[in-house]
Design a protein around this ligand. Structure first.
Ligand code: NDP
Length: 255
């Protein structure tokens, strides 16, 4: 087998939570480009259908199922819908996420709960639902989208709930990798730095001093340049990698 063949996802089926826009849309497209059939998951049905139809029009295999990842029954339904639609499932990308910017003394209980519900509890719920299936079939790959915010504290905007949720995602990743490794299931995390999406206003001038000038590469990243990292983690190119947090941040956390 030549090395490039190991990146192929031909015949594999992937589920991408938060596949309706931003990084999730980019990850879904990259996985499909590598040969996977992809089920997009999100709450915005209009947007989800648009993305799936756009991929299908390009000859890629994609569909959308509406679900709120904080609702356990919805999560279970994404698994059954994917099995009905594509016949199997091999890869889960736990990408859906939310962020609230506020100093610790101003974070409300609702804000804290919301961020933890989406970024941590739902990742746990999805990982267990798909993990049970993967352990049963003795193969499968889970990639949790963490963040460099799980490694360093961003500034100047404070976001304690987000930072804590992503640090927890990284360690949950290691915990599940350790438990499920013997069952043929790999679990890794991708920790992006500043990437331009709806969630991340990376081009706002007030952030430039901290987010861009302080970074070794002195720029933010694009969805397109991050997405191939997901193909690496989802495919046999990373067949001996589990329990890892792959940092893709233009060197930001080097300082
Ligand atoms: P966006 O805000 O652009 O997109 C968030 C996605 O999550 C949407 O597709 C949204 O879909 C989905 N989502 C949110 N809540 C739910 C929910 N309850 N149920 C189902 N889907 C949900 O964010 P990004 O693309 O920037 O971020 C994606 C991931 O990458 C997140 O985990 C984020 O923390 C992480 N990340 C992003 C960085 C960046 O710089 N952009 C840096 C580091 C990490 P819908 O609205 O249809 O429900």
């Amino acid at each position: 087998m030549n090395a490039m063949d190991r990146f192929s996802l031909d015949g594999r089926v992937a589920v991408v939570t938060g596949g309706t826009r931003g990084l999730g849309e980019g990850f879904a497209t990259a996985l499909a480009d590598a040969g996977a059939s992809v089920m997009l998951v999100g709450r915005d049905a209009e947007r989800g259908r648009l993305v799936a139809d756009g991929m299908t029009a390009r000859g890629l295999a994609a569909d959308f199922t509406r679900a709120d990842v904080t609702v356990p029954d919805d999560v279970t339904r994404t698994l059954t819908s994917t099995l009905e639609r594509f016949g199997r499932v091999d890869v889960l990308i736990n990408n859906a996420g939310a962020c609230v910017h506020a100093p610790a003394l101003e974070v409300t209980d609702e804000d804290w709960r919301h961020v933890m519900d989406v970024n941590l509890d739902a990742v746990w719920q999805c990982a267990r639902t798909y993990g049970r299936h993967f352990v049963g079939q003795r193969s499968g790959v889970i990639v949790n989208i963490g963040s460099m915010s799980g490694l360093v504290v961003n500034r100047p905007q404070w976001q304690p709930a987000y930072n804590a949720s992503k640090a927890a995602v990284h360690h949950l990743t290691r915990s599940l990798a350790a438990e499920w490794g013997p069952s043929g299931v790999r679990v890794n995390a991708l920790a992006p730095g500043y990437i331009k999406t709806d969630m991340s206003p990376v081009d706002e001038p007030r952030f430039r001093r901290y987010w861009i000038d302080d970074a070794p590469m002195q720029r933010y990243g694009s969805v397109e340049e991050l997405a191939p990292a997901i193909v690496f983690l989802a495919s046999d190119a990373s067949s001996f990698v589990t329990g890892s947090v792959l940092v893709a941040d233009g060197g930001y956390t080097a300082f």
